[in-house]
Design a binder for this molecule. Structure first.
Ligand SMILES: Nc1ncnc2c1ncn2[C@@H]1O[C@H](COP(=O)(O)OP(=O)(O)OP(=O)(O)O)[C@@H](O)[C@H]1O
Length: 242
């Protein structure tokens, strides 16, 4: 039987100056599943991710990761979060330092740190960037390095917020490959519907903070009436198929 690794129960969230950003959200995610989180701008996708990582604290409801309640502001090595904006993730003098930052803070032995950095840079095709300052990289390069800086911590659950934004075709393909070939649990928010379709069997559709649908990706995303009501478009590859 599949293990439930994420359990979200009756989750509500209000910012101080923006109420009811998430309204009574409940879902579970099994180990090894890849789930797309789709919804229009401002639907609450990033807010949901910040709650899953413990960066924000639920106004109501609960989130359990691997059976344990998420602790507000506590680092959870099981969860890796790739921020929407890579500049929020990269701050060290070089790419190598940025990718090593997590493993160093996990107090791993030097040899293990080196191994993990090499592996993460290799998976993300960033080896040649290792000695460059992260803030001198292009937008797409920064995004790949940001992914490497999370992969180096080897979390079981990866959360990606808009991973294909500003990526060229080759880098986008590379992300599809790394998401579909890993054995991790993946949560991915994206407006790139074709990308979601290629990487996720299941999607959760959120609109105005409410969970509208949770189910089979192609089934939900081919429903043109539903997609349009939520300000989204049926991906090209599903047009005329549903
Ligand atoms: N720090 C904040 N303070 C107040 N309101 C916020 C804050 N961050 C986000 N919001 C508001 O909360 C709502 C949900 O925002 P969120 O970033 O979670 O949406 P999203 O689905 O990720 O959007 P996008 O697709 O544009 O990235 C929006 O109305 C946004 O304006």
């Amino acid at each position: 039987m599949k293990k439930e690794v994420i359990q979200v129960q009756s989750l509500c969230y209000s910012y101080e100056d923006k109420k009811d950003v998430l309204k009574d959200i409940s879902f579970t995610v099994n180990e090894g599943e890849s789930v797309g989180i789709i919804g229009p701008n401002g639907a609450g996708k990033t807010t949901l991710f910040l709650l899953l990582c413990g960066i924000l604290k639920p106004t109501k409801g609960s989130i359990r990761i691997k059976g344990k309640e998420v602790v507000y502001r506590a680092f959870n090595p099981a969860v890796g979060y790739v921020f929407q904006n890579p500049d929020d993730q990269l701050f060290s003098p070089t790419v190598w330092d940025d990718v090593a930052f997590g493993p160093i803070n996990m107090a791993l032995p030097r040899e293990e740190i080196n191994k993990r950095v090499e592996r993460a840079l290799d998976i993300c095709n960033c080896k040649q960037l290792a000695d460059r300052p992260s803030h001198h990289l292009s937008g797409g390069e920064k995004r790949m390095v940001a992914i490497a800086s999370v992969l180096s911590m080897e979390p079981e659950i990866m959360i990606y917020d808009e991973p294909t934004a500003s990526m060229d075709m080759r880098s986008r393909r590379n992300i599809i490959k790394l998401v579909t070939s890993n054995k991790k649990t993946n949560l991915i928010a994206s407006h790139d519907m074709e990308f979601i379709l290629e990487t996720c069997q299941r999607v959760i559709l959120i609109d105005s903070g409410k969970l509208i649908r949770d189910g089979h990706a192609a089934e939900i995303m081919s429903n043109s009436e539903l997609m349009e009501t939520c300000g989204l478009e049926v991906p090209h590859s599903l047009k005329n198929s549903g």
